[in-house]
Design a protein around this ligand. Structure first.
Ligand code: HEC
Length: 135
């Protein structure tokens, strides 16, 4: 009897420990964006937006602080502080906290584009970041 229970626990917990917390967060965020009107996320569009420059007192882009290569450290343009890689494949803490992602999307879209990102833009960028890998 005891062994049976143990078996059940092992069988249930092993697959769970493999499923990453981050993908839950990403899925939850994507569902929220869909509720706000976003269509299926497009990573290529996300990449383009990530690298696009906007002019507001000079050039501003997500890459200004995070760089084009999401697997590398970035550097804050103003404070010069290092920013850890954005890619969850290198930095497993990325995209694991809904509040953190929302907070920084809000702040960084405003700083970079001079406005908040739309739900579609956020879902595109989110998937682009989530899928980024070191080649
Ligand atoms: C002026 C510098 C700067 C720019 C430009 C910038 N960011 Fe950031 N970003 C930061 C900092 C600082 C953090 C928080 C520190 C950290 O998480 O390492 C951060 C964190 C984030 C996070 C949180 C990720 C996580 O789960 O940890 C997201 C998402 C993000 N930025 C998206 C963007 C997007 C999208 C753009 C372009 C619209 C952008 N950032 C432009 C500085 C910047």
């Amino acid at each position: 009897m005891k062994i049976r229970i143990l078996m059940v626990i092992v069988l249930v917990s092993v697959p769970l420990s493999f499923s990453k917390a981050e993908s839950n967060t990403v899925n939850n965020l994507l569902q929220n964006y869909e509720k706000q009107g976003a269509n299926t996320a497009d990573a290529e569009q996300g990449k383009q937006l990530w690298e696009k420059s906007f002019n507001k007192n000079g050039e501003r882009s997500c890459t200004s602080c995070h760089t084009k290569d999401l697997t590398q450290n970035g550097k804050h343009v103003k404070t010069k502080k290092d920013i850890k890689p954005m890619s969850p494949s290198i930095n497993p803490e990325r995209l694991t906290n809904i509040n953190k992602v929302n907070k920084w999307f809000k702040r960084n879209c405003k700083w970079t584009y001079g406005r908040e990102c739309t739900a579609q833009e956020k879902s595109n960028i989110l998937v682009y970041i989530d899928k980024s890998k070191k080649f």
